[in-house]
Design a protein around this ligand. Structure first.
Ligand SMILES: [Zn+2]
Ligand SMILES: [Zn+2]
Length: 367
């Protein structure tokens, strides 16, 4: 299940000042406090949820991170990790003062025609490993819908008002009998709205909603990985009846690279090196994601060893240090030895007391 938006939890605007955030949280904490709702699991969850939201939004730095990355900003700990009421009060107790025990609140019934937040949208975009290093600005285009400005979402023509639906008498549901059962379903006349319009608004044809084509420029920061979600606040579906817009979540997919395999901020690649360079050590030129670099191969490098090229990996999303590239070294033998090479190798074999085949390729002892 996806987690609820922190602003939505506290019921505040995205640009709410600190004192508004504090007030909103205090209100919820009082309303859902376990002492006032003994044994009520739902209230307890709401109480914790509000504390989690307040923890992030009351801290300007965490709030900025959340605005940018959504819940992903705190993946692996950080957000809303409270266990019980005591834990929460020891954290934020000071904001309650002696106000505790204030008047109970009536749960308000939510009408279908009340302002409602628009849906969040998901957009997937693919980038290359090279773009992960540099970060990239990308223009994205998509279609969604928003509240009709002409009728403010009511669907009724200017100057007229929606009327109570004559089919369902405002309940938004009709009850039909099917055999022994009575089934409630959404009213076909008003589509569950409970109201209908006599003179439909022209731009939206009475629907209260209009299509919206969006084109936005998005900064994809360096260091993102497949699965990173970037939140663009209020660029989702428009709100209903003047409610706030949803958010747009842009999900990143990083295209696989033909040579480099990613593990976090490090990259891995295979590299074939002539056996002489492996034995003697060498400085060799190796490919990186963006170009070429010199790699120092230590003397006596064994086949399969991983040699590190420092700082040529990927940048970290939240830090400044870049990862490394590890080259797994494979031994490369010449296709064929020339006369001089063979002579030298035979001398090496002799000095190491190693039995080797004769020049004709036959084994010496069997000759
Ligand atoms: Zn309209
Ligand atoms: Zn109806």
């Amino acid at each position: 299940m996806s987690r609820r938006d922190y602003y939505e939890i506290l019921g505040i605007a995205r640009d709410a000042e600190q004192d508004v955030i504090k007030k909103a949280y205090r209100k919820l904490a009082i309303q859902f406090h376990p002492d006032k709702n003994p044994g009520n699991k739902e209230a307890e969850e709401k109480f914790k949820e509000a504390a989690g939201a307040y923890e992030i939004l009351s801290d300007p730095q965490k709030r900025a991170q959340y605005d940018r990355f959504g819940h992903d900003a705190f993946r692996g700990g950080g957000g809303g990790g409270f266990h019980d009421a005591e834990d929460i009060f020891s954290h934020f107790g000071d904001i309650f003062g002696d106000l505790f025990g204030g008047g109970g609140q009536q749960q308000r019934r939510r009408s279908r025609n009340e302002p409602r937040r628009g849906a969040d949208l998901r957009y997937v975009t693919e980038i290359s490993l090279k773009e992960v290093i540099s970060g990239i600005e990308r223009e994205i285009e998509f279609d969604t819908e928003e509240n009709c400005k002409e009728c403010k979402g009511t669907g009724a023509e200017k100057g007229s008002q929606p009327i109570t639906c004559p089919t369902c008498h405002g309940s938004g549901q009709v009850v039909r009998s099917q055999g022994f059962f009575a089934m409630a379903s959404t009213c076909p006349t008003c589509h569950g709205q409970g109201t209908t319009v006599k003179d439909p608004c022209k731009p939206c044809k009475g629907k209260g909603r209009v299509a919206s084509h969006r084109k936005i420029r998005l900064n994809i920061p360096a260091g993102v990985d497949t699965g990173t979600r970037l939140r663009v606040a209020t660029e989702g579906e428009g709100g209903y009846m003047g409610g706030p817009a949803g958010d747009l979540y842009v999900e990143i997919r990083v295209k696989p690279h033909p040579h480099f395999e990613r593990r976090g901020e490090d990259l891995f690649a295979e590299l074939s090196v002539p056996y002489v360079q492996m034995l003697l050590g060498a400085e060799i030129e190796v490919p990186t994601v963006t170009g070429k670099e010199k790699l120092e191969l230590p003397k006596g490098t064994h086949p399969g060893a991983a040699v590190k090229l420092q700082g040529q990996g990927l940048p970290s999303l939240r830090g400044s240090r870049r990862g490394d590239i590890y080259f797994q070294v494979n031994v490369q033998f010449p296709e064929k030895l020339n006369k001089d090479e063979e002579k030298l190798l035979r001398e090496i074999a002799k000095s190491r007391n190693l039995d080797v085949a004769g020049e004709s390729g036959l084994f010496g002892r069997k000759k």
